[in-house]
Unconditional design. Structure first.
Length: 464
């Protein structure tokens, strides 16, 4: 640190860390990022960027399978597309893309004057961060912990990186699994089950709950499960995996009710654990939850005023966008800039299946429980003219509006590219627009967004 310049040390170079570093550097701080694996963290190198790239490849292949329904054939033989995924080439492209994104982040940080050092950061005392043996501890006026999370594994299902895999290990495969068993039907499990089904695998999805995506909108989850089953996926609801074992070139998954499922590979998608061990956090006075997550307030501050945290290690909301916002908020607060506390009610999220599921604001569960007094309208995608032109039938648009006041409080979109279609609803929620303000805005005809405006029109207040 020189003069009165504030020194900031950020442990972790993922979205929460590198976005915080850019914000702190812009505010004039002296910034050092400590990263053990690579800039971008798991989100860029092993999780979000790779998985969405894999899904994009799968979705591209699905366009060929739908071609015959649009009257399009190949080589004079409609219905015989001959499309094959060469998994090693697919994975090589994904890894190269992730590495390029990581390099781009490094270039941005370097251009902003941020110092990057390689190592595992550990808080060793007040304002002290050690990152490598033999190196002096870094001095910090402000510390931000953004170390992310890692895949959770089961004691009875230990990954070997070949047949029993976590979602971070799948990009090492050279050949497409003959039969992939996906254990866990949350977001990660559903996305990767969809991806491998589209690439040409036989897929069994094991869900311990009544349906896939148990934490999501019920109508959306039911649409997606119906699509999965129609496309040939074997979905086992109310089935909890007890153990996974490898036998030669196959795997056997034993369920708690005694049933057995045999396949060529098993993918564990049973949650994640925060990377907060052996960092000196407890010794520094930072309060952790029983699960090991760092407790933070809405400005990303921990129980120690000079230590902040962002991203999956906090357990607030496991999204890269939220991690980035937490990191920026932390730096604004720590460095005395104008700051608005984190508003989770405005967060939009997306599940990258086909169709995609995007949400923002309140949920149907909030309305049904009486937590929020709101009305809802749901319009099926099958009635939209653009959807008919594109041969789309699965999906819907759902909007929630405050009863009486007509303010838009949330929405759900189940459609191709729902991640793009949710943005106008997110704008409406963030700016507290009424259904009339929203629906009076012109939409293109024909367009999928027209159904969003139509849902708002149907929510116009009438005497009830």
């Amino acid at each position: 640190m020189t003069g009165n310049q504030t020194s900031v040390v950020i442990i972790g170079g993922g979205p929460g860390g590198y976005e915080a570093a850019l914000a702190a550097a812009q505010a004039g701080a002296d910034v050092t990022v400590v990263e053990a694996q690579g800039l971008g963290g798991a989100a860029v190198l092993t999780d979000c960027v790779p998985s969405k790239s894999l899904i994009s490849t799968s979705d591209f292949m699905n366009r060929f399978s739908a071609a015959s329904r649009l009257g399009v054939g190949f080589d004079g033989a409609p219905g015989d597309q001959g499309v094959t995924a060469h998994l090693r080439e697919v994975n090589d492209r994904i890894i190269a893309l992730a590495e390029a994104q990581s390099a781009d982040i490094g270039t941005r940080l370097e251009g902003s004057g941020v110092r990057v050092v390689q190592g595992k950061g550990r808080i060793t005392g007040p304002g002290k961060v050690k990152y490598a043996p033999g190196e002096d501890a870094l001095d910090a006026d402000v510390i931000l912990v953004a170390t992310g999370a890692r895949p959770r594994v089961l004691d009875s299902a230990q990954p070997d990186g070949e047949r029993i895999l976590t979602w971070q290990q799948i990009y090492g495969l050279d050949e497409l699994p003959e039969h992939l068993i996906v254990i866990g039907s949350g977001v990660t499990g559903a996305e990767l089950a969809h991806a491998y089904l589209g690439l040409g695998c036989d897929v069994t999805l094991i869900s311990s709950r009544d349906r896939v995506l148990p934490g999501e909108d019920v109508d959306a989850a039911e649409v997606l499960e119906g699509v999965f089953r129609r496309r040939g996926m074997n979905v086992l609801d109310r089935s909890r995996a007890k153990a996974v074992e490898r036998t030669g070139d196959s795997v056997k998954v034993t369920l708690e009710d005694g049933r057995e499922v045999t396949g060529s590979h098993a993918l564990l998608a049973v949650g994640s654990l925060p990377n907060t061990e052996d960092m000196g956090l407890t010794e520094a006075g930072v309060v952790l939850t029983e699960s090991g997550h760092i407790v933070v307030d809405r400005v990303s501050r921990t129980s120690m005023s000079s230590i902040y945290a962002a991203g999956d290690c906090t357990g607030v909301f496991p999204l890269a966008s939220v991690a980035a916002m937490q990191g920026r908020i932390a730096m604004a607060h720590a460095l005395g800039d104008a700051v608005a506390p984190l508003a989770l009610g405005r967060v939009s999220s997306n599940i990258f299946t086909d169709p995609e599921i995007a949400t923002v604001g309140i949920s149907a569960a909030d309305v049904e429980s009486g937590k929020v007094d709101a009305r809802a309208v749901m319009l099926p995608l099958s009635g939209n003219p653009r959807a008919k032109m594109q041969n789309l039938s699965d999906g819907f648009v759902k909007l929630f509006a405050r009863r009486g006041g007509d303010t838009i409080l949330g929405g759900v979109v189940v459609a191709p590219r729902a991640s793009e279609l949710i943005f106008p609803i997110a704008l409406a929620v963030a700016n507290q627009l009424s259904v009339d303000q929203f629906s009076s805005t012109f939409t293109v005809y024909p367009s999928l967004s027209g159904s969003i405006a139509e849902a708002a029109r149907q929510l116009h207040s009438v005497d009830e």
